[in-house]
Design a protein around this ligand. Structure first.
Ligand SMILES: [Zn+2]
Length: 95
């Protein structure tokens, strides 16, 4: 079970949150074409390691958060608001 530190509500249980997807993608420009939008909506890598994600605090403040989480260990490196520019750390060798 994850414990997530919401910037507005404090540390809360994972069950109060809903995963909302990969936060490392940017929406293409309106004139980018169907291939760019198809890739934006459907193409995802199943990464092993640090991942920047959207989470919605549905059982609390109902704000959208960015979380840097390791997909194997579920360790949380950083939590921020939707506007924060978070970066994922480099995995140590052998992890
Ligand atoms: Zn909250």
């Amino acid at each position: 079970m994850l414990r997530i530190e919401c910037p507005w509500c404090g540390e809360r249980d994972e069950t109060e949150f809903r995963y909302r997807g990969d936060a490392s993608f940017s929406r293409p420009a309106a004139d980018a074409g169907i291939e760019a939008f198809t890739a934006y909506v459907y193409t995802r890598e199943n990464l092993r390691g640090w991942h920047i994600e959207w989470w919605l605090h549905v059982g609390g403040c109902r704000k959208l958060l960015k979380i840097v989480r390791h997909t194997v260990t579920h360790e949380i490196h950083a939590v921020g608001s939707a506007q924060d520019l978070l970066s994922a750390p480099q995995d140590p060798p052998g992890r």
